[in-house]
Design a protein around this ligand. Structure first.
Ligand code: ATP
Length: 234
């Protein structure tokens, strides 16, 4: 693998007394789409929160472009070019689509223009004046991804973007991820839906009990499907 863009080594994370990550190790190269797969409670979301610096109690190392992120504030991490799209999506329900797209601060040069956003998400252009609450689940998810693209981030942390969505919308999300990869974005995707993960990712890390227990190249997935199913309990 080329020099990693992001390198997580022996990462431990805590919620108060509760020890949630027990030495996570994984790497992502620039331009890759990589998933963290695992059952509920395995530690996937906690890993994204740790990278983004929204979880204070961490130990170990998270190196991005060769520089240590542990110790930096989440703002400083965002300015390095990392953005997180949480499972709850983080859009403003009382604001319309355009207002939601105007709010995210550009933290780096290269934040996506509205024109480019609407090329990627044509349905958002049609819904420009619709309030967040009036959007379907799929539209809310698209808006949530669009908002983080406004910031100029190039490493995107996406937490279960397909959760609760219909198959046709999941396919649309898959096309967006492919288009973002084509544009050179690096994506770390948390998923429980491994069938979807297989359509978009280059590699998969399997997480159990706060640690990485397996790495599977997507091109070899067919050979390892039984192993993966057993690990995920599906
Ligand atoms: P899910 O898909 O259910 O979100 P996950 O793999 O993302 O699962 P995490 O949410 O990272 O898992 O949770 C990892 C562990 O940390 C679990 O044992 C969970 O109970 C615990 N945990 C998560 N959030 C908190 C919190 N706010 N306070 C205390 N413990 C937490």
């Amino acid at each position: 693998m080329a020099e990693p863009l992001l390198s997580v080594a022996d990462l431990h994370a805590f919620y108060g007394e509760s020890h949630a990550l027990h030495g996570m190790n994984f790497d992502i190269a620039a331009g890759e789409v990589v998933t963290l797969l695992g059952r509920n409670g395995a530690g996937k979301t906690t890993t994204l929160k740790s990278i983004m610096g929204v979880l204070g109690q961490r130990r170990g190392s998270i190196r991005y472009q060769g520089q240590e992120l542990i110790g930096l504030s989440s703002n400083a991490i965002a300015r390095r070019g990392i953005a997180w799209c949480p499972e709850e999506r983080g859009i403003f329900a009382s604001l319309d689509v355009e207002e939601n797209l105007m709010l995210p601060p550009t933290v780096r040069p290269g934040g996506m223009s509205l024109d480019e956003i609407f090329t990627l998400f044509p349905n958002l252009k049609e819904r420009l004046r619709s309030q967040g609450t009036k959007l379907s689940g799929g539209e809310q998810q698209m808006l949530a991804i669009a908002r983080i693209l406004r910031t100029g981030a190039t490493l995107l942390l996406l937490d279960e973007p397909t959760e609760g969505l219909a198959p046709v919308i999941i396919q649309q999300i898959g096309r967006v991820i492919a288009a973002l990869k084509e544009r050179g974005f690096t994506i770390l995707l948390v998923e429980q839906n491994f069938r979807f993960a297989a359509t978009v990712a280059d590699r998969h890390y399997v997480v159990e009990h706060g640690t990485v227990v397996d790495m599977i190249e997507n091109r070899n997935l067919a050979q390892h499907l039984d192993r993966l199913r057993e690990r995920l309990g599906v």
